[in-house]
Design a protein around this ligand. Sequence first.
Ligand code: MG
Length: 362
Amino acid sequence: MKITNIKTGVISIPLITPFKTALRTINSIGSMVVAVETDTGAVGFGEAHPTGPITGESMGSVRGAIHEFIVPKLKDKDIASLEDTLNSLDHALVKNTSAKAAVEIAVFDLFGKLYRIPLYRMLGGFRQKVETDLTISVNSPEEMADDTRTAINRGFRILKVKVGLDPELDIRRIRAVRDAAGPHAVIRVDANQGWSVRDAVRIMKTLEQAQLNIELVEQPVVAHDFAGLKEVKDRIDTPILADEAVFSPLDAQTIIDMRAADFINIKLMKTGGLRSALRICALAEMHGVECFMGCMMESRLSVTAAAHLACARSIITRCDLDSPALCKTDPIQGGVEIDGPWLKVTEAPGLGIESIDGVIWD
Ligand code: MG
């Protein structure tokens, strides 16, 4: 099974309500879809959601990375020689992690199709379903309380609360969510780099004293400030989840060596695909650091790949794979099955994606 061509196209999916974090606000998911074609007629699917404020990529840069650098390296590569194909992809260009992830996911999809094995079984086959949280976007405390009640009514028991815009208001936001959610909901907080070390320590200590029972705080300080992250970790009791700080396995190694976080959030759009994500899993397994499986504002296509990885590896103990739950429509046929907070993988080979509606191919 040899690669003959890589096609790119764009999908757009409206969101139920705008997605707001300390970094950005978006009203719809715009993603680049990749179809890797082969000489057997088999097609592998992948997706890149370019998140400029986090990975530095755009639709244009993903398209350019794939057609200028990746296609020439991967043409005629044999899917059966997975390692060689992935090495060529890795060496095609540096950074551009979402572009690489899209193509790499499609290559894994083809490898699974070639040997008729679902991706999660190929990678470890630990479980068949995972539970995701649901994001509560950063808004007024009143709106966030309303969104919390809606989420609980939809069957979600784990909520991820976006904060990081204004330290004083953030405390009121989190209180409003806890009051609306009741005592049994699991509440995690994501500041998306929005706080200083001082803000983070003060806010989290206030929440701890108020006994709001916050499960963890995600990326309180700016991504590159590993020492700041460690300082927050050393000064509060609430566990820390590193997100934007960890793109590569080397980042993960540094965070683990420094003991700068309690958990690591793995996202395929940051790692550049599954192989680097598996390296982070291996490192985390050795050090006993539990991982999250997260996603950007991706469609159910690349979220299917993330769900397969989360089902494959026992070190991934928590999931933040809620972007399909935030969408008004779903153009993906096949793939992971979603029922409220549960994502269930199927036994179809590879990702099990059958088709994608409404793609505007380049
Ligand atoms: Mg995050």
